[in-house]
Design a protein around this ligand. Structure first.
Ligand code: SAM
Length: 328
C-alpha cells in the first residue's frame, strides 16, 4: 500500500508521458516553449508499463490517468493504454489532453481500454484561443471533444482555467456550450505552476468569483455524489442532472483527502504538484532493480508525503518543475 503518515492512501496514479506540448498556454509556459527533457531521460513505453504494473499489482493503485505535457504526442499512447488495461486487477484508465489530434485517435484509444477523458478548453473564441494558447487550434479541440463523445467516453469532462482580463468573462458561455453538448465542465483555479513564475494571488480568478459569474444558473451542491477524494466540488445546474465543478486548489484546498501520486515522464515519483522533493525510480529501473525493490522505494517515497501543498503558507516556494514537466 502507498500509505503516508497522515493516514492517506494513494490509489490514483497520474502518469506524465511527456513534458512536451503543442500549445503554449499563458498560465503554463512561455511563448517560446521550454527546454524539453532529452529523449534518453524519458521513460520508454516498456518502462512506463512496468512501473504501472508494479503500482497496480503490488501497491494498490486502482486508477491510472495519463497526462503530460500533451500525452497525445506519444505515438505509443494506444499501446500503453492497452497494456495497462490488460493488468489484473484492471485499473480505471483516463486521459487528460488538449484534444489536438484526438479526433483521429480516440476510437483506437477507446478500443484499447480508455475509460474516461478530460479535454482542456479555456475559450470558445478563436482570437482568445490564439492569445491564450498562442496557437490557432480551437477547431481541432472542438472536433476532438465531439469525437470523444461519439466514441462513448461520456460524460466527457472539460477543464477550464480562467485568466483575468483574458477569458474570465466566458464562464457562462462555456457552461452553456458544455450543457448543450452533454460535457461536464470543471473550472480549475490557476495555480502557481507556470514556468515563467507569473502567477499572482490577485491575478488568480477564485472559486468564489467563478461561482458568482455563473449566477444566471441555479447551482446547488451535489450532495448525492460523495466527494471523497475528488478534487472538484460539484454542483447541480438548474436542478440537474447536469453538473458543473470547481477545482479550488488554492482557495479551498483538499489535501486532507488526497489519494494521488504522480510519476513524471523521466521516472520520478512526486507526492504533490507542489512537492519540492522527488524520488528517482528510473535509476532503480535502469540499474536492474527487481520489482520488490522498486515497490519498496515507491512506498518509502509516499510515506513522507507532507500534509498539504502549502500554497497559502508565507514560506511557500513554487516547485522548480513547471506543470508541463510534472503532469497535471
Ligand atoms: N496537455 C494536456 C491538457 O492540456 O489537458 C494535459 C496536461 S495539462 C498540464 C493538464 C491540465 O492542467 C490542463 O487542464 C491545464 O489547463 C491545467 N493547467 C496547466 N497549468 C495550470 C496552472 N498553472 N494552473 C491550473 N491549471 C493548469
Amino acid at each position: 500500500m502507498l500509505a503516508d503518515s497522515y493516514g492517506r492512501v494513494a490509489t490514483d496514479l497520474r502518469v506524465s508521458l511527456t513534458d512536451r506540448c503543442n500549445l503554449r498556454c499563458a498560465y503554463c509556459m512561455p511563448p517560446e516553449g521550454l527546454d524539453w527533457l532529452p529523449s534518453d531521460q524519458v521513460l520508454t513505453g516498456d518502462e512506463i508499463v512496468r512501473l504501472i504494473r508494479i503500482g497496480v499489482t503490488m501497491l494498490g493503485i486502482r486508477e491510472v490517468r495519463f497526462t503530460g505535457g500533451e500525452p497525445l504526442l506519444r505515438r505509443d499512447l494506444t499501446s500503453i493504454v492497452s497494456r495497462t488495461a490488460a493488468l489484473e486487477p484492471r485499473p480505471e484508465i483516463s486521459l487528460t489532453t488538449n484534444g489536438i489530434g484526438l479526433a483521429r485517435r480516440v476510437v483506437d484509444l477507446r478500443e484499447a481500454g480508455l475509460d474516461r477523458i478530460n479535454v482542456s478548453l479555456d475559450t470558445l473564441r478563436p482570437e482568445v484561443f490564439r492569445k491564450l494558447a498562442r496557437r490557432d487550434r480551437l477547431p481541432d479541440v472542438l472536433s476532438g471533444l465531439e469525437a470523444a463523445a461519439a466514441a462513448g467516453l461520456t460524460p466527457v469532462k472539460v477543464n477550464t482555467v480562467l485568466m483575468r482580463g483574458i477569458n474570465d468573462d466566458e464562464a457562462p458561455e462555456l457552461l452553456r456550450y458544455c450543457l448543450a453538448h452533454g460535457y461536464e465542465l470543471r473550472f480549475i483555479e490557476q495555480m502557481p505552476l507556470d514556468a515563467q513564475h507569473g502567477w499572482s494571488r490577485t491575478g488568480m480568478v477564485t472559486a468564489d468569483e467563478i461561482l458568482k459569474a455563473l449566477s444566471s444558473y441555479t447551482l446547488t451542491p451535489d450532495d448525492a455524489r460523495a466527494r471523497g477524494s475528488a478534487p472538484a466540488e460539484t454542483f447541480l445546474v438548474d436542478g440537474g442532472p447536469a453538473r458543473v465543478g470547481v477545482i479550488a486548489s488554492v482557495t479551498r484546498p483538499f489535501c486532507g483527502t488526497c489519494d494521488r501520486v504522480r510519476l513524471t515522464a523521466d521516472g520520478q515519483v512526486r507526492n504533490c504538484l507542489f512537492a519540492r522533493e522527488e524520488s528517482d525510480l528510473r535509476a532503480a529501473l535502469r540499474g536492474g532493480a527487481p520489482d520488490a525493490e522498486i515497490a519498496a522505494r515507491w512506498e518509502a517515497a509516499v510515506a513522507v508525503k507532507l500534509p498539504g501543498h502549502g500554497i497559502n503558507d508565507p514560506s511557500f516556494l513554487q516547485p522548480d518543475r513547471p506543470m508541463s514537466a510534472i503532469g497535471g
